[in-house]
Design a binder for this molecule. Sequence first.
Ligand code: ACM
Length: 360
Amino acid sequence: MGTLFAIREINEAGGIDGRELQAIHHDPQCVPHHYRSLAARLVQQDKVNVIFGCYMSSTRKAVIPVVEKWQRLLMYPTLYEGFEFSRNVIYTGAAPNQNSAPLAAYMTRHFGPRVYMVGSDYIYPYESNRIMSDFVLERPGGVKLGERYVKLDASEADFAPIVRDIKAKQPDFVFSTVVGTGTRLLYEAYANAGLDSSRMPIASLTTCEAEVSEMGAAVAAGHFTSATYFQTIDREGNADVLTRFRAQFGTEDEPNMCWEAAYFQVHLFARAMLQSGSDEIDRLLPYLLGIEFEAPQGRVRIDASNHHTRLYPRIGRVDGQGRFVVCAESRCGVDPDPYLVNHASDDWSAPGVMLGEASG
Ligand code: ACM
């Protein structure tokens, strides 16, 4: 939806040098190998040069060989596990130094270093847990009390033994990398078991406005998410963008961090193409690398060396109305470090590094 919204805005403003953007969409139904075959169809039959999309990392990994083989570009708007580079991909979602590291610092500081991990059974949760383990285990007293995975189409029954185990082990917080419909089931099972989010919250990188709306405020309240965008961020321009989006697309879709990245990456592309005059990768990339845009989250910038994006880490906690209250946020844009080369998790733990964190 963020993609279509940006396309509409660009076309209403006259297109790219008078040329209208046309979206061609196929539905891969969340199946990675469909992503690969449909990406090939976009390239070979539809003659598409730039593909916008993919959510799960398994689907991005399915598309990369296609864009590399045919020298096309994928613009990927989802937070992911990092440790990847392709010349044929621009990554506009958060890398681990922009979401996992601040979340680890925040949760260990406010709740403690004893973590229990639960995730969906695919690459992003495995890798994300590996990274989170490093961040937590290096803290004094840091310990991992459990690491459990559920199928992508997990049912209520899959969560019952996990929640029982969490209740028995009493971690300081739970790190969830469950995605999709399982998210609601996990949080519901947690609430039904009487686990208290004010004392032992779930912390996530993927539970956002859409999932909270699905599970309801009573179930979601008190839990945390680390993201670079929330609907509630108090920033000039954000309220206007949301109002324009809802006027055009209604209120059914809940804008979240992927929506925002999907939105701003089309604008980045349009600006680069206006300058290059072409959407072919060799002509486009020199203009895309280093480009900046005033996005709803803040001024973003594509890093020329690693193709990821300068973003604004935030920690949100769900309130009683089901809204994310931003309880900490970076003072400035944070450059991506997808291989965690320059980053130390300690960067985030000093009081005052994140706004809202000074009082501890
Ligand atoms: C994800 O799979 N990158 C959320």
